[in-house]
Unconditional design. Structure first.
Lengths: 122, 890
């Protein structure tokens, strides 16, 4: 219904919540609570998503066609069949890549201008 | 789709979820609940503080995402519809979102203002939500039984009284003949002795007919219920059912107890089933026994009216129709059994109505009080908002000058109020979650017949509506006033004392707060004075240092009157030997214990005018009862040991009976009897009236008979002690066990605690009302202080001029005080008028205090004036310290 899928760049830049959510789903399907926990881990506890924020973000992403429902993966988390799983759509992956590339360019520019010191080797 | 997470955050969050649009809720609600349950588990592991932080984060999340979710829902809906429709709504939704963001930012910049406003509103909404959750289950929702609207209690009527119990044979006949009722059952509560174990125990028992289970929708959790045949006198089987509570406590929830035999009231009963504990019917029971085993002698006779009968009507039959039918049947019984049933009619009362009748006035009063607290909170926040708006006058003027429409500004300011009130509402709901549990704990009556009191969707809805309404009420005036600023006004830097309209608005709010506080304080004061009066009422006896306890002899063991008399005589003697006991006596029904008996009597030599006997309270005492209770003899003598079965029957009567029957001659020596089959009893003594069922009872005729001439298995002991009565509880109990080790003794209480209990309902009402009045006073003081500070700051220039011209500090203080006092006096006058009206409504709850009690009406204004003066004095003093040079330069 929403015709925005055609042009991924129209969605950029992504809000922090959307970016983190897509990032959390990059490795594979997750259920809601796992997304929130992933985000918390990925950001060293800097970003904590409440239920309203998380599911609001999921709704936005779904209606923009960035993610869709995934079948529950077998074997893992089989303890709770009620949970719904989400995964990136091809469009979502494309948007995420574009956003990361954009951020990467920004970061490179920042380093070139010595706004940021080189990170220590991880 | 989902099994909702149970436990503590789940329920609250489910209520909160209603704030989100339905489409969002349907899609994600279940997942969000799981999310919250999971994340709370994690946070709760971190302890109390982590849990609190978690709640705060959750509420922030809700506040931040609800508006966005609504905007999204609207956009999505619009996207699925033709474009030209609802274009406007979506746009205004976007604008609302923008307003909300702006409001949140503005409020975040003024944390002190925001905190005070939110706190005030939290208080107001929490009290209201709490009261609503209680009133909702008690008044608005049906009882938790099946077809609760068709349940009624069947009473017998006699002359002008219409609340007597029924007799068993009448119940049987009514039930058999009635076509308007589909079920009718007996529920007669009476304590039961359980013996044969380690220690004898007294259990709360119910003698019933099994229809009661069906009628109240209760099924055994184990075993089975009795059948009608097992309970009917002719075929009765000694079977019993246990309540879940006693089964767990005393029998360790052992399922093998089914089929076992218990010794109840000295007889063996086979346990056939366990009833759930929540089956409470007008009081909880440990044991259920067929009515056929009702142990009182002649307890099942047609003139023994002691059965509580509950009836369920057929669908579509009204209470009135059913009452007419049952009355017709009762009239038939009166013709068939004239000696027992003449003048006995039937009266039905709705069970729900009966249960809430006593609590209703209290609920109304408290509800009115919390509504007033909320109004005061609104006035307070409105005042804060006005001050806030003043500070922003330049911002607003500039925006107006740049072409902003006034309507847009009003809406934006209103949005701010709504953000405040919704936040206050959310926090209030959270506070209410705990407050409800506290309230349920202090309520002096059981709530077992109602649906459980808790925060649910209805309460959340109520709080939401209330928050929104509150936001509009306190936000409208500031919004309109605030947006009226114009460039001309604001650009004049000093702006000479603000606009008169705004000062007037603030003054009106202060006046409203003070007058509402006056109303609440007067009501609280009147109730307090009533309570004090009630506590000082002379009940007709001296309850200090009196220990009471109850016991009942097993009927199976004590079949002869002589056995009972013997046991009682020895018991008194044993108790009197206990060190520290001054005197001791038996009385069948201790005053204020809720026990008590009524009987009809006739006077010798006076033909009955009607078939009706005169009603009197009937009690059985041992010699020394009056001395122990310090009830003086007005005439004649006490009952004595020699007044036994071998001697003529005697009674002592109270002065109410004596003067009613023999206004012009002594009652001593006259004879009365309880119906034609009874022996004549000679009046040997007259005592003054004493309260029995409650403090400041209606004076009723009273007859006391000696236990030696009417031996009954059920009795109480009254013991006057030299020191603290409770210290002797164990010793007195041992004295009884010295005679019979198997004899349970219960309800060991002091007379004072019994009398205290009679006032507990009033005390709770009074305390709560007092607390609300205190909150109101505090908020009002805050309001006065705020407004006076504001006025003083507006007059700084003027004060500077005055002081430069030689005015003394005292004069400046007086000037400001006078201004505050004017407002206060106006407010107090209005408040007193309002209070006079409110007190009239309170009249039924007052005792010994007129609804226009001068002391209360004089002292409340004084208190308020003092508080108002203090709240004015602080800004006044500040004004007087103004440096004239600074003030003039400004």
């Amino acid at each position: 219904v929403v015709k925005r899928e055609a042009d991924p760049t129209a969605l950029l830049p992504l809000s922090a919540a959307v970016l983190h959510t897509l990032l959390a789903l990059a490795e594979g399907a997750r259920h809601g609570y796992a997304i929130a926990q992933d985000v918390e881990t990925l950001t060293d506890g800097q970003v904590r998503m409440g239920p309203g924020t998380l599911y609001g973000t999921l709704q936005r992403c779904q209606s923009a066609g960035l993610i869709d429902d995934a079948p529950a993966p077998r074997g893992r988390d089989a303890d709770d069949e009620r949970r719904r799983y989400y995964r990136l759509t091809p469009l979502g992956r494309r948007v995420l890549e574009l956003e990361i590339a954009r951020l990467d360019r920004t970061l490179a520019a920042a380093r070139a201008k010595r706004v940021l010191r080189r990170p220590e080797p991880a | 789709v989902s099994a909702p997470p149970t436990g503590h955050p789940g329920r609250v969050y489910r209520a909160i979820l209603r704030l989100y649009p339905p489409s969002f809720r349907d899609r994600y609600g279940a997942e969000m609940e799981q999310f919250v349950a999971a994340s709370h588990r994690r946070a709760a592991a971190g302890g109390w503080w982590a849990s609190l932080a978690w709640w705060a984060a959750l509420l922030w999340d809700v506040a931040a995402t609800v508006p966005a979710a609504h905007a999204r829902a609207l956009r999505l809906r619009r996207a699925t519809r033709p474009r030209h429709q609802h274009h406007d709504t979506g746009e205004s939704m976007d604008r609302l979102l923008q307003d909300v963001r702006f409001a949140v930012r503005t409020l975040a910049r003024r944390p002190a203002f925001t905190a005070v406003a939110v706190l005030t509103l939290t208080l107001g909404i929490a009290t209201n939500a709490t009261m609503f959750s209680l009133a909702d289950v008690m008044l608005l929702r049906p009882l938790r039984y099946p077809h609760p609207d068709r349940l009624a209690v069947v009473f017998a009527t006699r002359g002008t009284t219409n609340n007597e119990s029924l007799s068993y044979p009448d119940y049987v006949d009514l039930k058999a003949a009635s076509r308007t009722t589909e079920e009718m059952a007996i529920m007669r509560g009476q304590s039961i002795n359980l013996t044969g174990g380690d220690a004898p125990e007294r259990l709360a028992g119910s003698f019933i007919t099994p229809g009661i289970f069906d009628m109240l929708g209760s099924t055994p959790i184990l075993g089975r219920a009795f059948t009608e045949a097992e309970a009917a006198p002719a075929t009765a089987q000694p079977v019993a059912m246990l309540g879940e509570g006693v089964w767990r406590r005393r029998f360790g929830a052992d399922p093998k107890v089914i089929g076992q035999t218990l010794i109840l009231n000295g007889l063996p009963f086979t346990v056939v089933g366990i009833m759930p504990t929540d089956f409470s019917v007008l009081g909880a029971s440990d044991v259920f026994i067929p009515i056929a085993y009702y142990p009182n002698a002649h307890g099942l006779d047609r003139d023994a009216r002691s059965m509580t009968v509950i009836a369920r009507r057929r669908a579509g039959v009204t209470l009135r129709q059913s009452e007419l039918e049952l009355s017709a049947i009762a009239a038939g019984l009166a013709r068939t059994y004239p000696s027992t049933n003449a003048n006995i009619g039937v009266h039905l009362e709705d069970v729900h109505e009966l249960l809430v009748a006593d609590a209703r006035p209290m609920l109304y009063i408290l509800f009115a009080a919390v509504a007033v607290v909320l109004l005061i909170a609104c006035a307070n926040v409105a005042n804060l908002q006005l001050a806030h708006a003043l500070a922003r006058r330049r911002e607003i003027s500039v925006r107006l000058a740049l072409g902003a429409r006034r309507g847009r500004l009003v809406r934006q300011l209103l949005t701010e109020s709504l953000v405040l009130s919704v936040t206050g509402g959310a926090l209030g709901l959270l506070v209410a979650y705990w407050a409800v549990q506290g309230l349920v704990a202090i309520i002096p009556f059981g709530l077992g017949d109602f649906q459980p009191v808790r925060l649910d969707g209805r309460v959340a809805l109520f709080a939401t509506v209330l928050s929104l309404a509150t936001g509009v009420i306190f936000g409208l005036a500031p919004a309109i006033h605030g947006s009226r600023s114009d460039l001309h006004d604001a650009m004049k830097v000093r702006a000479g004392g603000g606009r008169p309209g705004r000062v007037r608005a603030r003054s009106i709010f202060v006046v409203a707060q003070i007058s509402l506080s006056v109303v609440l304080l007067v009501c609280a004061g009147l109730l307090t004075r009533s309570l004090i009066r009630l506590e000082r009422v002379n009940p007709g006896f001296d309850g200090r240092n009196v220990l009471t306890l109850e016991f009942r002899l097993p009927a199976a063991k004590y079949t002869e009157s002589a056995q009972i008399v013997d046991f009682f005589t020895r018991a008194i003697a044993e108790i009197r030997r206990v060190p520290g006991v001054e005197s001791a006596a038996l009385v069948r029904a201790i005053p204020f214990s809720g026990n008590g008996d009524g009987r009809g009597f006739e006077v010798e030599g006076r033909p009955l005018q009607t078939a009706e006997l005169i009603r009197a309270n009937y009690n059985i005492v041992s010699p020394g009862y009056f001395a122990t209770m310090r009830i003086p003899l007005i005439a004649g003598r006490d009952v004595e040991v020699m007044d036994d079965a071998a001697h003529p029957n005697v009674v002592v009567v109270n002065d109410v009976l004596a003067t009613a029957m023999w206004p012009n001659e002594p009652a001593l020596g006259k004879r009365i009897r309880f119906g034609p089959d009874d022996a004549w009893r000679t009046i040997v003594g007259v005592v003054p009236r004493a309260d029995h069922f409650g403090i400041a009872d209606k004076p009723r005729p009273q007859v006391y008979a000696p236990f030696t001439q009417d031996a009954q298995i059920f009795t109480s002991v009254a013991v006057r002690t030299k020191g603290d009565p409770m210290l002797l509880g164990g010793a007195v109990r041992n004295a009884i066990w010295a005679i019979d080790r198997e004899q349970p003794v219960w309800k060991v209480r002091t007379m004072e605690s019994l009398m205290d209990g009679a006032l507990s309902g009033r005390r709770v009402t009074m305390r709560m009302l007092g607390a609300f009045a205190g909150v109101a006073l505090f908020l009002a003081a805050l309001g006065i202080y705020g407004v006076m500070s504001y006025l003083v700051s507006q007059r700084t220039h003027e004060v500077g001029v005055r002081m430069a011209l030689g005015a003394a500090r005292g004069e400046v203080v007086r000037l400001v005080l006078a201004q505050g006092l004017r407002l206060t006096i106006v407010a107090i006058v209005i408040g007193v008028i309002g209070a006079a009206g409110a007190a009239k409504l309170l009249e039924s709850q007052l005792f010994g205090v007129s609804s226009s009690d001068p002391l209360t009406f004089a002292s409340v204004p004084i208190v308020l004036a003092a508080v108002a003066l203090l709240a004015t004095y602080l800004p006044a003093r500040r004004a007087s310290r103004v440096d004239p040079l600074v003030a003039l330069r400004e």
